[in-house]
Write a protein that binds this ligand. Structure first.
Ligand code: NAI
Length: 467
């Protein structure tokens, strides 16, 4: 006998679990199918959360080793206990996954453990630990997320040649770490292992880091990371990794445009060249859905081409970010419940959790120039912010872009301590279509880093007062 639901969601990551909770709140009978054995998806289990636990701990380690003495704190020698650092990371993950199970119970969501597969309209089959199960569903939501994009010639074994998953589990600090890809994962995990003592080299295909982010921001970030000791080989590609020597990996690289190849040596190689949608064995063909050449399923307000089959998160187009998936999950559940759920794709922030942090929302200068849209810019350096000076975190700046005529904020780009928290203010301002003057005339507490946001907003009209 099959169990009947209003909504069956396949995938329990940030897209799926938030969709399930919202559907439960709206009174729908909902099940969420997850095969990992734990809720939370890539983000919670092997992505955002464990990486932030290691970023935080490794930053404390570096601060204690390099800055405590100057602040008048004597420690008597700092030592790394990697197993303990890994344990606090796992504890954070475990606590949060259990938290989602609790939220499922609270909101009446059935958590079904196993691999879900669409088996024709209105049917989901689950291959679970306790045998197969068939669920019937008025609506099916695909929220199966993404997987690491493989690189031809480089076989990931998660020990010596790792993806982000293996890079969160290394049992010792590599002497030499080579990162393939200067994107978000490369820079975050590269920062962790550099702080703990690895020599880090980044090989990036393009002639810049963080493609898609504001160019001025990316250049400043690269200079800062280089100063911290990360070596960048831009405009280069990796053509293969030779593992035959049990002690040392031999990494072949050559200029992206072609040219003479070189061999670099490493103990560990991290492949971080992007992610691709994960829809393997999902039974898309049983309802006539075809993914595009890159594996994405298209949607119209989260509806796929198949009736009552919906898609959210990394499996469909847009930035592969947990909070984008979460917003889509909420809006999708609301649409299923007959409400007008909506996502504002123009205001999805992006944050890189390095030190300094990097945060962006809205249009970049490059995009505005390409659109031919006249804009004004206000910029404020943390060097001139009193709190940044007392905290010894003076690297970076805030930049705010506004329409030249209407003064509406079009984008903001930040690098500095805690900017990942500060970007939210601009997201909210943009949701209300605020002018830069609205931010400039809003009282901000002193002394805080957020005063830099206000001073940058003042700069749009040319009246920055503190620099
Ligand atoms: P990414 O798309 O951010 O960066 C990949 C980089 O690899 C690009 O710079 C690209 O030009 C480069 N590349 C591609 N092929 C290459 C090759 N053959 N040789 C050298 N370089 C090559 O992808 P990443 O860092 O793997 O992250 C995957 C996804 O996870 C992204 O969508 C990212 O947004 C998301 N993510 C987000 C985080 C956050 O929001 N803080 C943290 C970690 C991941």
């Amino acid at each position: 006998m099959s169990e009947s639901y209003d909504v069956v969601i396949i995938g329990g990551g940030p897209g799926g679990y938030n969709c399930a909770i919202r559907a439960g709140q709206l009174g729908l009978k909902v099940a969420c199918v997850e095969m990992r054995g734990k809720l939370g998806g890539t983000c919670l289990n092997v992505g955002c959360i464990p990486s932030k636990a290691l970023l935080h701990a490794s930053e404390m380690f570096e601060t204690a080793s390099t800055q405590f003495a100057a602040m008048g704190i004597k420690t008597g020698g700092i030592e790394l206990d990697l197993p303990a650092m890994m344990q606090q990371k796992s504890d954070a993950v475990d606590g949060l996954t259990k938290g989602i199970e609790f939220l499922f119970k609270k909101n009446g969501v059935d958590y079904i453990r196993g691999k879900g597969r669409i088996a024709g309209a209105g049917t989901v089959e689950v291959e679970g630990e306790d045998g197969p199960k068939t669920l019937s569903a008025k609506h099916i939501v695909i929220a199966t997320g993404s997987e690491v994009t493989p690189l031809p010639g480089v076989e990931i074994d998660e020990e010596r040649v790792v993806s982000s998953t293996g890079a969160l589990e290394l049992d010792k600090v590599p002497g030499k770490l080579i990162l393939i890809g200067a994107g978000v994962i490369g820079l975050e995990l590269g920062s962790v292992w550099r702080r703990l003592g690895a020599e880090v080299t980044v090989i990036e295909y393009l002639d810049r880091i963080l493609p898609g982010m504001d160019t001025e921001l990316a250049k400043t970030a690269q200079r800062t990371f280089a100063k911290q000791g990360i070596e960048f080989r831009l405009g280069h590609k990796v053509t293969g990794v030779d593992k035959s020597d049990p002690a040392t990996l031999k990494v072949s690289i050559e200029p992206s445009a072609g040219g003479e190849s070189e061999t670099l040596e490493a103990d560990t190689v991290l492949v971080a060249i992007g992610r691709r949608p994960y829809t393997e064995g999902l039974g898309l063909e049983t309802v006539g859905i075809e993914a595009d050449a890159r594996g994405f399923i298209s949607n119209e307000h989260f509806r796929t081409s198949a009736e009552n089959v919906w898609v959210i998160g990394d499996t469909t187009h847009g930035p592969m970010l947990a909070h984008k998936a979460e917003d889509e999950g909420v809006a999708c559940a609301e649409r299923i419940a007959g409400k007008a759920g909506h996502v504002n794709y123009g205001i999805i922030p992006g944050v890189v959790y390095t030190a300094p942090e990097i945060a962006s929302v809205g249009k970049t200068e490059d995009e505005l120039k390409a659109e031919g849209r006249a804009y004004k810019k206000g910029k404020f350096p943390f060097q001139a912010n009193s709190r940044a000076r007392t905290n010894h975190t003076t690297d970076g700046f805030i930049k705010i872009l506004a329409d030249a005529e209407t003064d509406e904020i079009l984008g903001a780009h930040m690098i500095g301590a805690h900017v990942g928290e500060m970007i939210g203010e601009i997201c909210l301002a943009m949701e209300f279509q605020a002018a830069s003057e609205d931010v400039a005339r809003t009282c901000h507490p002193h002394p805080t880093l957020t005063e830099a946001v206000r001073q940058a907003a003042m700069g749009v009209e040319g009246w920055t007062m503190q620099a």
